[in-house]
Structure formats: structure tokens, C-alpha cells
Design a protein around this ligand. Structure first.
Ligand code: AHG
Ligand code: MN
Ligand code: MN
Length: 349
């Protein structure tokens, strides 16, 4: 009897068996309690992603999915019904996890506490439940951004003060991008990996490992409608790319979607400070720091224009930072315009 020869299809079957929770344990090369916790936490993130993807896929057919709630959130932004739905999905999913004691969200002024989890749940989820909300009603890309940090101390006054630390404290970070396919991109500090949702299986399947951002790319991604509000250095960068061959403008209006293109194809995304928002629009703890964690793992850079995003120590949970993120060479080019202007300003003083 000849030895059994596995058929070529084994690769596809093996790949479909590489679930996210398995991948986490492989990443950490450990079955320690913390590794098991992170594996379970990532599984919960995946479940939230599946629930949100399902809701989005039927948005036009169901009541109370599209449109605004009529409320304004702590950011001063009009809340979409989908923002609220997704915010609650993460709360429900993590309530049942037993692992998370606090959730800090773009949509909630203060962290949400799950007291029954606190004695055991030593982790905090920081998240932007729907990023790119302006795209929901027109069926364009939106995302969810997440960051997992260890809780430090008892936080008895429930202010989440221990969260006000730099982005290098993150245990895990990533995003879910809802598009033609739903992808989950994450890192535990051991490289950046992408999973693609197979709706027929209801599983996220590994689709790319150890993603490295190209050192340079043609894309610059910025809302040029804010040109009149920018510092001269950012205007000079924009004039430079307007006058040199090899640059292409792409802007989806959802940070996760614009970032995903940069991660895979190179280039630079900018959301600089403006006259109205000198500190920029994007929030550090659940937008710029998680993506900065990813891009550094992928060999790229993330800067406020003056310092690395991952070095910034927030003074408040909803603190904003300017963001320049992407290929190392392209971020450095933007920073060089900022440095030139700083030197000129110093010489004039
Ligand atoms: P959110 O929908 O979570 O508030 O995030 C929107 C952010 C970000 O996704 C995007 O890059 C940026 O807002 C777009 O802002 P502008 O419309 O001002 O360009
Ligand atoms: Mn956002
Ligand atoms: Mn949001």
C-alpha cells in the first residue's frame, strides 16, 4: 500500500486552519496565561468585526443603520447610528470576554467599566468603533481601529489615568477595514499580519504575514481642501509633490482605508495641524498610536512632524495629534520641510 500522498489542496486547507487565535499563540511562541489572554482578546476583536461587517453589508436594507442619531459626541462631532451600533458591539463582545475591565472609545467621554471583569480582566480596549463615518451613508470604506493595553493599578477614581502613557505600552494594535472584503490587520510587536474574512466560513483566514511597507511610494494622501489652514512647511511639501513627477494623490476620507493603501503600496498620509485644530483632528490613543505601532512594525515611520507618535505622552484620553505616517523616506521628506522652516524661523529670531 503506497504511503498516503497529501493532495496539492493541502496548502489551502492548512491555510484555512490557521485561525487568528492560533496565529496569536504562534506569534508569541508561548501558551502562557498572557498569551492565552491575547489570543482570546484577538478572537473577540474578530467577532466584533464580523458583527459590524454583517450590519454594514445590509445597511441600505435595514432601519436604524444609516444616518445620524441626532446626538453630538465628546469630539463635538455628529454621531452616526452606525458609530453607536459599533460602539455597543465592542462593549457587548468584551463584556462576555471576562478579560477587559475598561473600554475607552472615541464615542464615550469617559472609559466604560465592566466591574464584574475588573478583578480578573487586566486589559483595556481603546477603540474607534467606526473610523471614516462620513463614508457610511455612501457605501465607501470605513474601519474600526483598536489598541490593547495592560491596566496598571486599580484606577479606583475611574479616570483611566494609567492610560496616559506613550504608544510603546501597547500590547496589540490593529484595525478592521470594511470594503470589498473585510480584512483584519494586527500586530503584537512581532510583525504586521493580515487576515481576510471568509463569509462562507465565518472565519478570518491568514492572507499575508510580516507585511513590510515599501521605503518609498507614489501616494500622498491628504485633504488639500485644508491647504489654506496649514503651516507654510506643509504647503511647501504640497507644492513640491505638485511640481515633481512620480506622485499621485489618493484620499478616501477614512484614515483606515488611506493607511491600508500606504501600508501595502508605500507613500505618506498626512493630517497636519490646521488653524481650526492646531493639534490636528486625529486622536492619539485610538487612531494615531495604534497605526503608528503598526507602521513601525512594518518598517515605516509615524510622526507628529516634531516627534515620533509612539513617544507622545497624552494629557487626556481624547488628545489629538498631527499625523504624518507611511514610508520612511516619504515621512522624512515631509519632516525635512518642517525642519527647514523651523531653522529659518530660528535664524529670523
Ligand atoms: P471618524 O469617522 O472616526 O471621526 O474619523 C474620521 C477621520 C479619519 O478617518 C479621516 O482620515 C479624517 O477624519 C477625514 O477628515 P477630513 O474629512 O477633515 O479630511
Ligand atoms: Mn476615526
Ligand atoms: Mn470614529
Amino acid at each position: 500500500m503506497a504511503d498516503y500522498q497529501p493532495a496539492e489542496t493541502t496548502f489551502a486547507v492548512d491555510r484555512d486552519c490557521k485561525t487568528l487565535s492560533r496565529h496569536v499563540l504562534e506569534q508569541l511562541q508561548s501558551f502562557s496565561p498572557e498569551a492565552q489572554d491575547l489570543s482570546a482578546l484577538m478572537n473577540r476583536i474578530a467577532l466584533a468585526g464580523k458583527l459590524i461587517a454583517r450590519h454594514l453589508s445590509r445597511a441600505g436594507l435595514m432601519e436604524s443603520v444609516l444616518g445620524f442619531t441626532g446626538d453630538t459626541n465628546v469630539q463635538g462631532e455628529a454621531v452616526k447610528k452606525m458609530d453607536l451600533y459599533a460602539n455597543n458591539v465592542f462593549i457587548s463582545v468584551f463584556k462576555q470576554s471576562g478579560l477587559v475591565c475598561r473600554l475607552a472609545s472615541e464615542e464615550m467621554e469617559k472609559p466604560y467599566y465592566i466591574p464584574e471583569n475588573c478583578p480578573i480582566g487586566r486589559y483595556t480596549l481603546l477603540y474607534d468603533p467606526i473610523d471614516g463615518s462620513s463614508n457610511i451613508d455612501i457605501n465607501l470604506n470605513v474601519g474600526s481601529i483598536f489598541s490593547i493595553r495592560r491596566q496598571q493599578g486599580e484606577d479606583l477614581d475611574q479616570t483611566g489615568a494609567d492610560l496616559l502613557q506613550n504608544g510603546r505600552q501597547q500590547l496589540a494594535a490593529g484595525y478592521i477595514l470594511y470594503g470589498p472584503s473585510t480584512v483584519l490587520v494586527y500586530s503584537l510587536g512581532q510583525g504586521v499580519h493580515m487576515f481576510t474574512l471568509d463569509p462562507s466560513l465565518g472565519e478570518f483566514i491568514l492572507s499575508s504575514e510580516n507585511i513590510q511597507v515599501p521605503s518609498h511610494g507614489p501616494t500622498y494622501s491628504v485633504n488639500e481642501g485644508n491647504f489654506w489652514q496649514w503651516e507654510e512647511s506643509i504647503r511647501d511639501f504640497t507644492r513640491y509633490v505638485h511640481r515633481h513627477e512620480g506622485y499621485s494623490a489618493r484620499y478616501v476620507g477614512a484614515l483606515v482605508a488611506d493607511f491600508h493603501r500606504i501600508l501595502l503600496q508605500g507613500g505618506v498620509f498626512l493630517y497636519p495641524g490646521t488653524v481650526k485644530k492646531p493639534e490636528g483632528k486625529l486622536r492619539l490613543l485610538y487612531e494615531t498610536a495604534p497605526l503608528a505601532f503598526l507602521i513601525e512594525q512594518a518598517g515605516g515611520k509615524a510622526s507628529t512632524g516634531r516627534e515620533a507618535i509612539l513617544e507622545v505622552i497624552p494629557q487626556a484620553i481624547h488628545q489629538r495629534t498631527p499625523l504624518i505616517i507611511g514610508s520612511a523616506e516619504d515621512v522624512a521628506l515631509v519632516e525635512s520641510f518642517i525642519q527647514d522652516h523651523n531653522h529659518r524661523r530660528q535664524r529670523q529670531q
